[in-house]
Design a protein around this ligand. Structure first.
Ligand code: CAP
Ligand code: MG
Length: 424
């Protein structure tokens, strides 16, 4: 087996092949074919030197079958992978290859997942329809808020803020990505107090309220915290899926099936490898993995303070929320074979003056997460929550926020404070 055995531009991928679209910049002295063959070899069963191998081993070799400019398509035989094992799949198609000297840069731009792999995972337990049913919210966007400053409050303060934002109209209280069980805010105490406030707020508002409680920790500890969330009557857990890793996601997804808990997936750490347009792995692929493994809500970008262009946010939204997608620029076609759609979560520097842009670009089938845009309201948290709901009500009624603010003072105050500017 030599590198050239991993290149066959006449190869017609089988229906059950897994296809990767890579963006490849060969290192000096390497042609595109050299670099692409090495990527295919290293991500399947080749190596730097010629090897003797029986025929049955060769059947597992990946094949470069299409090269257009910087874009290379590689087909992987299904048998290379262990069904239901995302860590192994990613160690193959997104493992050693990023460090190969034969490439100056390499980006895994998209993946087309075959039915047998997609169906070997649970997929979302609730998905968009199930979450809407859970929260009794028919068609408007779901709202979430994180107490800000992001960490530091005591449990009592956290719960008081939770009550204010829930009674102001926000649907979901969300822990920040770096809040877990610190000394100043123990997990169990925070959960217990917030769930008490949740029941109180539900009674007063007549609306469903819930808590995206962050269970991110070691796997055994996450299991304990998920069970506590269930014991205290919560409907969700929140996971930082990239810092807990694919194995952690899979373990908690299995447990949440037993407990009937929805999973909110934060993507902190993603920009370490998805921001550079020439190297790493796109957020589309993270979104596909998260959907296949079975989160119910996933951060996809919000055109706010964090990097992520419109095209990228839209592609992430489509990969999460649609039953299939056609191929496009840096996008492979994908059928989801009944795997439920996932709620895209938009956040990052959002406030009532700019959320209509996201609703217009995507749809109302999103979760809008606003932290500073609620907690920074001049009139306090409850007014911040009211202003957020007023901005959404305006959009649902087809009225501009400027117009709506004439009869809604909290929104007027928010617009006076932040206007329609996107913070950076
Ligand atoms: C937003 C946020 C979110 C990031 C996540 C934060 O707070 O809570 O974690 O926006 O980004 O910690 O910054 P603000 P993304 O509303 O105060 O900006 O959703 O792009 O993964
Ligand atoms: Mg955050």
């Amino acid at each position: 087996m030599k590198y050239k055995d991993f290149l066959d531009l006449k190869y017609e991928p089988k229906k059950e092949d897994l296809i990767c679209l890579f963006k490849v910049k060969p290192a000096r002295g390497f042609s595109m074919k050299d670099a692409a063959s090495r990527v295919a070899a290293e991500s399947s069963n080749g190596t730097w030197t010629a090897l003797k191998a029986p025929a049955h081993v060769r059947t597992l070799s990946a094949k470069v079958f299409d090269i257009k400019g910087e874009y290379v398509k590689i087909a992987y035989p299904m048998e290379l992978f262990e069904k239901g094992n995302m860590p192994q799949i990613m160690s193959s198609i997104a493992g050693n290859i990023f460090g190969m000297k034969a490439v100056n840069s390499l980006r895994l731009v998209d993946v087309s997942w075959p039915k047998s792999i997609v169906r070997s995972f649970k997929g979302p337990q609730y998905g968009i329809k199930g979450i809407r049913k859970l929260l009794k919210i028919k068609n408007r966007p779901i709202t979430a808020t994180v107490p800000k400053p992001k960490v530091g409050f005591y449990p009592e303060e956290h719960a008081r803020h939770a009550y204010e934002l829930w009674t102001g109209g926000v649907d979901l209280l969300k822990d920040d990505e770096n809040l877990s069980n610190q000394k100043f805010n123990r997990f169990e105490k925070r959960l217990k107090l917030c769930m008490k406030m949740r029941d109180k707020a539900e009674k007063e508002t007549g609306e469903r309220k819930s808590y995206l409680v962050n269970i991110t920790a070691g796997v055994d500890e996450m299991k304990k915290r998920a069970k506590l969330a269930k014991d205290f009557g919560n409907e969700y857990v929140m996971l930082d899926i990239l810092t807990v890793g694919w194995a952690g996601v899979q373990t908690i997804r299995d447990l949440c099936n037993e407990l009937g808990l929805a999973i909110h997936a934060h993507r902190a750490f993603h920009a370490a490898f998805d921001r550079n347009p020439n190297h790493g792995m796109s957020m589309k692929v993270i979104a596909e993995i998260a959907r296949i493994q079975g989160v119910d809500q996933l951060h996809i970008g919000g055109l706010g303070k964090l990097a992520g262009a419109r095209r990228e946010v839209l592609d992430n939204y489509i990969k999460c929320s649609k039953d299939s997608n056609k191929k496009g620029f840096e996008v492979l076609a994908q059928e989801w074979h009944g795997i439920k759609p996932v709620f895209g979560v938009c956040s990052g520097g959002l406030h009532p003056g700019i959320i209509h842009r996201l609703l217009k670009l995507l749809s109302t089938d999103i979760v809008i997460q606003v932290g500073g845009g609620v907690f920074g309201h001049p009139n306090g948290v409850k007014s911040g929550a009211l202003a957020l709901r007023q901005a959404i009500d305006a959009y649902m009624q087809g009225v501009s926020v400027t117009e709506y603010a004439k009869t809604h003072k909290e929104l007027a105050q928010a617009l006076k404070t932040w206007g329609h500017k996107t913070p950076i």
